[in-house]
Design a protein around this ligand. Structure first.
Ligand SMILES: [Zn+2]
Length: 489
């Protein structure tokens, strides 16, 4: 484990010099002049996966899609307090790697001078949307899509910036406890199969058989809170809404479909409920994923129920959206809202395969036919061979943003609920959101204790490779960054 590198921290706290490029844009200057208080703009950019392109995940493997059930969007929000701008792009993707998020940030720095650290780009984690990783590039179509994706996300943010208009912002929290369940369970030892490497000793099983008598208890908590930040025009028309809820995804999609999962259904429901279907510029609702690395929608105590495709997504989206609308009704809106941003890179160790594991992987790999691993041992052998090519340490981008009294902590990992709850509880900004899968992709983030208990999220793969002690470093650094963006009293 390398020590986190705090000396290379890039401080971008409302840097006037860095934002000057944007303020020199004629359109922005015109709007800035004479305006006091916050301005906001929102836009969507279509990032739908082309049919036939790669829709692979890391471990889960969708075939190339043959049908677009509903489009994928980058849902974008821009904010400007007169000296500082922030921008969000919440993307209907399973994950998005750092190569792509950095490319979006570069496009925006060049085009409009927006400082990179002021931009948050995250994936929702829809599993009927692509995992944007270099290793999933297989065809010309994939390469074309990846290039277009970067441009489209940047275009979405630029369009949101172009639409900046005097606004009012409100924030609040609601509760939706009925749709979040911890998916990691302690089970009787005999009910836990060996891991993909043929080793026994895991105490926790992910997605255990439902209603099994071998279930003991969940291995972690859930966070039932849904957080809301709403922007409206000064005449009261809805402008944008950014929500945050810790639910991995819902699923129940057609196997060869492209879909934004419940995140897309949520956005549509909010638009309807707020009567914002035909506003111009368009109202944009977006659901960011909270700390949900170990949380899904399945009540493991009950027997499996089957639903027609997309029904469950709709139900969950409706319930979450209705609670969000209830919260929105009571919001107190304000114009005097200050913005700030800070970010840093932590260099963290990678759990690369040792000689013995690599030897195991090479032996298993001999059995793989057509370069297509089948079954867990072959899939994890393929993952081990890929991890062997990873560097010893990787930079992990951590970011904190402030919007008025709201804190937003963003991490490029699948963060467990307990980590999210700890950050929310200890944050100097209340309320705080935790947005996962943001600004890159560094896999699952179990706590050291969870690593000891084992299970899917701890087995080394491209989806779970940070060192066992990564979580405490990331948690502490996010809290430190929140402290840095919090107002000084
Ligand atoms: Zn996941």
């Amino acid at each position: 484990m390398t020590k986190p590198n705090l000396t290379r921290r890039q401080w971008m706290l409302g840097s006037g010099a860095a934002t000057a490029g944007w303020l020199l844009q004629p359109q922005a200057r015109a709007v800035t002049a004479g305006s006091t208080g916050i301005r906001a703009g929102a836009a969507i950019a279509d990032i739908t996966l082309p049919l036939g392109a790669s829709n692979l995940g890391v471990i889960s493997r969708n075939p190339p899609p043959t049908h677009i059930h509903d489009p994928l969007y980058a849902r974008c929000l821009a904010l400007d307090d007169g000296t500082t701008q922030l921008a969000f792009a919440i993307c209907d993707l399973r994950m998005i790697d750092r190569e792509r998020t950095e490319a979006v940030r570069r496009v925006l720095a060049e085009a409009v001078g927006l400082p990179p650290a002021h931009i948050l780009i995250s994936a929702t984690h829809s599993h009927s949307a692509p995992a944007v990783l270099s290793t999933n590039l297989h065809s010309d179509l994939d390469r074309m899509y990846y290039r277009l994706l970067v441009q489209r996300i940047a275009d979405g943010i630029r369009t949101a910036l172009n639409r900046l208009a005097p606004a009012e912002i409100g924030w609040g929290v609601g509760q939706v406890p009925q749709h979040v369940f911890n998916r990691r369970w302690f089970m009787r030892p005999e009910a836990i199969p060996p891991n993909p490497f043929g080793e026994t000793g895991d105490r926790v099983r992910m997605n255990p058989p439902r209603a099994s008598e071998d279930l003991i208890r969940p291995a972690g908590p859930v966070d039932a809170q849904v957080s809301v930040l709403a922007a409206r025009h000064v005449d009261g028309r809805p402008l944008a809404l950014l929500a945050n809820y810790g639910l991995h995804y819902v699923g129940g999609f057609g196997r060869e479909d492209v879909s934004a999962d419940y995140f897309g259904f949520f956005a549509r429901r909010i638009r309807q409920q707020l009567d914002a279907d035909s506003t111009w510029p368009p109202f944009v609702a977006m659901m960011s994923n909270g700390a949900s690395g170990d949380v899904n929608n399945i009540d493991f105590r009950r027997p499996r129920q089957s639903y027609p495709p997309y029904q469950r997504m709709q139900e969950v989206a409706d319930d979450v959206a209705d609670e969000v609308c209830r919260v929105v009704q009571d919001l107190e809106y304000r114009r005097d809202v200050k913005l700030a941003a800070a970010e840093t890179d932590l260099n963290l160790g990678v759990r690369r395969p040792d000689r013995q594991r690599l030897q195991w992987a090479e032996e298993i790999w001999q059995q793989v036919q057509d370069d297509t691993p089948r079954g867990r041992p072959q899939i994890y052998a393929a993952e081990a061979r890929m991890l062997a090519e990873y560097p010893e340490t990787v930079p992990v981008k951590l970011q904190a943003l402030r919007i008025g009294e709201v804190g937003i902590a963003a991490a490029p990992c699948e963060v467990f609920a307990e980590t999210g709850l700890a950050i929310k509880a200890q944050s100097p900004l209340q309320p705080s959101f935790v947005i996962e899968l943001a600004n890159g992709y560094n896999g699952y983030l179990p706590t050291p204790q969870q690593h000891q208990w084992g299970g899917y999220e701890t087995w080394p793969s491209r989806g779970a490779y940070l060192d066992v002690d990564a979580e405490p470093h990331i948690r502490a650094t996010l809290l430190e960054l929140l402290g840095d963006v919090a107002p000084t009293v």
